[in-house]
Design a protein around this ligand. Sequence first.
Ligand code: NAG
Ligand code: NAG
Ligand code: NAG
Length: 387
Amino acid sequence: MKHIITTAVAATSLFLLLLQSVTATTTLPSDVSALKAIKSAINPTTIPSYSCLATWNFTSDPCSNPHITHFLCGLTCTNNRVTQLTFDRVGYSGTLSPLVSQLTQLVTIDLSDNKLSGPIPSSLFSLPNLQTLNLRSNSFSGAIPPTISNLKNIETLDMSHNSLSGSLPDTSTSLTLTRLDLSFNKLTGPIPKLAPNLIELAIKSNSISGFLPKTSFTELTQLEVIELSNNSLTGTIPGWVFLQTSIQQINLANNKFTGLEILKPAGSNNNNVIAVDAGYNKISGHLTANFTAFPSLSSLSLSYNKLQGPIPVEYSKKTSLKRLFLDGNYLNGVPPEGFFSGKFSGSLGDNCLKSCPASSELCLKSQKPTSICRQAYGGKVCVKPKA
Ligand SMILES: *[C@@H]1O[C@H](CO)[C@@H](O)[C@H](O)[C@H]1NC(C)=O
Ligand SMILES: *[C@@H]1O[C@H](CO)[C@@H](O)[C@H](O)[C@H]1NC(C)=O
Ligand SMILES: *[C@@H]1O[C@H](CO)[C@@H](O)[C@H](O)[C@H]1NC(C)=O
């Protein structure tokens, strides 16, 4: 009798245990249907047998453990909800199903380095808990949906290396966004207002145009990196860009800037600029010594612009400066002695300098022919610089 009771109790607890584990992990049906839609939108011929998506077999439950043969990877669950969607980088092609928005507990989406194409579904931007969206290196096209500002918890947004077109999204109401990378797309138009807590902004290699608008940047007190190279930005590079106290790296190379304003930072510990690249623009005028007032400046490139006049001697005395690229301008005069102590790397070549010592790495590239320099200076080879 006692034996029977013990067995019955044991059986009941086993049953309860099973019931508990089943109820705890059975995936919410709307998550299962979303996963089915996501898999069906992928071209089956691009799902290799060794890939994560090949293990997505809906005869078993996606979130239920143990995962021995099915749902081995590509998703992570917390209890009965999918919280991460992370495709392996095997070259899946197809589209991203709009039903992804049913996975309302998603925190991370990483579909990078595949061949997904078609539009980015606007429903994606209604996911309330999404913190990381990485669609980098795919073939997504069309406009970036304007609903992007609905992502209330987004921190990292990487849609670089796709074929997205149209204008840049307004992220100004997103208080959580710290990293935005839209580089290597086909985006056009001006820079809109930006998310106020951005730390890194990268929109290189697009076709964005217009001036650098101060209103887009004024609230960005945490911004450390501006990467806007290889676009069609115009006008004068404004002095405020370099004076935001958090800013460290600024790359504006390969645009259509025609001028450069460099204001001296107030107070020598009030500025963290380390690297500036404004090469391959159309900047004319004299090379200002003002850059040497930046306490941490270590790397400066103004290569291939239209700068004239002498190189201010302050540059050769600037101890923080390690890399200096001034090649491809019309700088003239005798370069300061201090450059040739071996402390600097970079180039002073392809200018109109007199006696750039061939023994120095900085002078490996030869100077411009006299005729070109004479033309640049309106007939006179040597012009007395303005004070
Ligand atoms: C799913 O798994 C079952 C066994 O659990 C198997 O019979 C079936 O062929 C699988 N389906 C696919 C599409 O791989
Ligand atoms: C500049 O951007 C264009 C597309 O806008 C791209 O084709 C080209 O490779 C980029 N060049 C560099 C040096 O990144
Ligand atoms: C250099 O800095 C001073 C003071 O900040 C400023 O008045 C001047 O215009 C600057 N020069 C250039 C070329 O930006």
